[in-house]
Write a protein that binds this ligand. Structure first.
Ligand code: COD
Length: 160
C-alpha cells in the first residue's frame, strides 16, 4: 500500500512555514503531492508556473515530494490521484474555523480526510500575504522564505 497525501495551497510564494509542513508530511507519507490550487478571483504576485518552479527548487531534497497544479476542486484532484489525505498546517485558532469548515465540506463531498499539523511556533505568524507586503515595502524577509524565494521576490519587486 502506497500512502499518499496532498499539501494544497496558493503558495504565492512558498514560505518557510509551508516548507516545514511539507517536510513533516514527507516523513509521514510515502508520496506527498504539493498542489498549487488556482484561485481565479486572486491575481497573484507570481504566475502559477513560477510558484511551481520555486516549490520544486526548494523541495528538491525530498525524493517523495511532487509538485503539480490543479484548476478546480481539491476533492477532485484527490480522487484523480487516489489521495485519501489532505495535510494542513494550523497556525492559530484564527485558522481553525475556516480550516474546519473546509475539512468538513471536503469530507462530506468525497470522504477525503484532513489532518492538521501544528505549525512550528517559529512560523506561527507567517503567511504569503504578509511576506508579499513586507517585501514590497523593502522589509527584510530573508528569515521567512528560502533563499531562492527571496531572490525571486527581489527580481519581481525590481530591487536588484
Ligand atoms: N505554518 C504552517 N502552515 C502554514 C503556514 C505557516 N506559517 N502558512 C500556511 N500554511 C499552510 C496552511 O495549512 C495553509 O492551508 C496551507 O499552508 C496553504 O497556505 P496558502 O496561504 O498558500 O493557501 P490558501 O490558504 O490560500 O489555500 C486554500 C486552498 C487553496 C487549499 C483552498 O482554497 C482550496 O482547497 N481551494 C481549491 C478549491 C476547493 O476545493 N474549494 C472548496 C474548499 S471546501
Amino acid at each position: 500500500l502506497v500512502r499518499r497525501a496532498v499539501c494544497p495551497g496558493s503558495f504565492d510564494p512558498i514560505t518557510n512555514g509551508h516548507l516545514d509542513i511539507i517536510a513533516r508530511a514527507s516523513r509521514l507519507y510515502d508520496e506527498v503531492y504539493v498542489a498549487v490550487m488556482i484561485n481565479q478571483s486572486k491575481k497573484g504576485l507570481f504566475e502559477v508556473d513560477e510558484r511551481i518552479e520555486l516549490i520544486r527548487d526548494v523541495t528538491s531534497e525530498f525524493a517523495n515530494v511532487r509538485v503539480e497544479t490543479h484548476h478546480g476542486l481539491l476533492v477532485d484532484y484527490c480522487k484523480q490521484r487516489d489521495i485519501p489525505a489532505i495535510v494542513k498546517g494550523l497556525r492559530a485558532v484564527s485558522d481553525f474555523d475556516y480550516e474546519l469548515q473546509m475539512a468538513q465540506m471536503n469530507n462530506g463531498l468525497t470522504g477525503v480526510e484532513t489532518l492538521f499539523v501544528p505549525t512550528n511556533p517559529t512560523y506561527s505568524f507567517l503567511s504569503s500575504s504578509l511576506v508579499r507586503e513586507v517585501a514590497a515595502w523593502g522589509g527584510d524577509v530573508s528569515h521567512l522564505v528560502p533563499p531562492q524565494v527571496l531572490a525571486a521576490l527581489n527580481r519581481r519587486l525590481r530591487k536588484d
